[in-house]
Design a protein around this ligand. Structure first.
Ligand code: NAD
Ligand code: MG
Length: 330
């Protein structure tokens, strides 16, 4: 480890502790004002590097209780009307990558519905507040997407409250690290596939009749679809399934003018990882094995979710866009 790293980590951790409710970003970039482009010049962001403090939360965890707090773009993402008037549903929109997409979509002019688990209400409240601060409609729909009936209701409620649906982001997931296949119970296997694959199928099926030409579906795959971790065999298999589902459905929906793409993140600093997604003893070094030497922050994916939702990507479908810190991915 290079000698400077502990200092860097301490600096960002202190920055995080000092940040207020919505001032969650750890980086100097966070000091920039949000809002329209054309104000202060963009600073090059500096993001937290390992080692991170040891920490664990009971699943599903709260981003607001992580140290350092993840940067979801709360104070840094600037919109420019790229999704003006559009209506988006994002699963797992309370925290992590889904929250970064929710903030960015609202700042690009979209109304946003988020789904999450009831235990995540404190995180969801922050996101609702951030969306409303942009003058956009925020719809909060808690519930368990392992239930097909709830998935149907989720889509119907979101579309009714938003007045339509143009963008669907299937992002929620379950990830439980297990050193051996022998440690993966049928219940865990079932839970992982129900959350990551079945729910995507149910939600997408319910949304299809509502989606018009120009709509976009964005699924969250993973670097593990291409380079599965030895401790994430079941989870990686779901991410491979998501990648293939995305490519097949893209072909089916292309004639209807509906695009289907996926995002493949590498290691990102989110609640998923501090609630059993990584072995607790490996968490302090999370992301260190990438060429960038650190995990990504959710804010670093926001632009990809915006691009895939916007007309700027109108000839891209069946693609997987990666942000992996330099190794693996499509
Ligand atoms: P996160 O914990 O912040 O988000 C996951 C969300 O899934 C939770 O907030 C929760 O609301 C939702 N969820 C889980 N089970 C649910 C259920 N039964 N019903 C309703 N909602 C449920 O973590 P994240 O890392 O932002 O995860 C977002 C996506 O990114 C996931 O698809 C994950 O697999 C993917 N991903 C993450 C990483 C990473 O390193 N963090 C890497 C690759 C892919
Ligand atoms: Mg969450």
């Amino acid at each position: 480890m290079d000698k400077e790293q502990p200092d860097k980590a301490r600096r960002v951790v202190l920055g995080g502790a000092a940040a207020g409710l919505l001032g969650a970003a750890m980086a100097p970039a966070a000091a920039q004002p949000a809002g329209a482009a054309g104000q202060a010049p963009m600073a090059v962001p500096v993001y937290p590097e390992p080692p991170f403090p040891k920490q664990q939360q009971p699943w599903p965890g709260l981003a607001s209780k992580m140290t350092p707090r993840p940067d979801h773009g709360e104070t840094s993402y600037r919109g420019s009307g790229r999704l003006k008037g559009r209506k988006a549903l994002i699963t797992g929109g309370d925290s992590g990558i889904g929250r970064a997409a929710a903030i960015a979509y609202a700042r690009e002019g979209a109304d946003v519905a988020i789904n999450y688990l009831p235990a995540e209400e404190p995180d969801a409240r922050e996101v609702v507040q951030l969306i409303r601060a942009e003058g956009r409609k925020a719809v909060a729909i808690p519930g368990d997407i392992k239930d097909e009936a709830f998935c149907k209701k989720l889509v119907a409620d979101a579309a009714r409250e938003l007045g339509g649906l143009d963008i669907l982001v299937n992002n929620a997931a379950r990830q439980i690290s297990a050193a051996s296949l022998l440690d993966i119970s049928t219940a865990q296997f079932d839970e992982t596939f129900k959350t990551n694959v079945y729910a995507m199928f149910w939600i997408t099926k319910a949304a299809l009749p509502l989606l018009k030409r120009g709509a976009a579906i964005i699924n969250t795959a993973s670097v593990t679809a291409y380079d599965p971790g030895e401790n994430l065999v079941d989870y990686s298999a779901t991410k491979g399934a998501i990648m293939v589902f995305t490519k097949g459905l893209a072909k089916q929906l292309a004639p209807k003018g509906i695009r289907v793409n996926a995002v493949a993140p590498g290691p990102f600093w989110t609640a998923l990882q501090v609630t059993g997604g990584q072995p607790p003893d490996k968490l302090p070094e999370f992301g260190k094995d990438t060429p960038m030497g650190r995990p990504g922050q959710p804010a670093e994916l926001a632009g990809i979710y915006v691009l895939l939702a916007s007309n700027e990507a109108s000839y891209s479908t069946g693609q997987v866009f990666a942000a992996v810190g330099g190794r693996g991915g499509p």
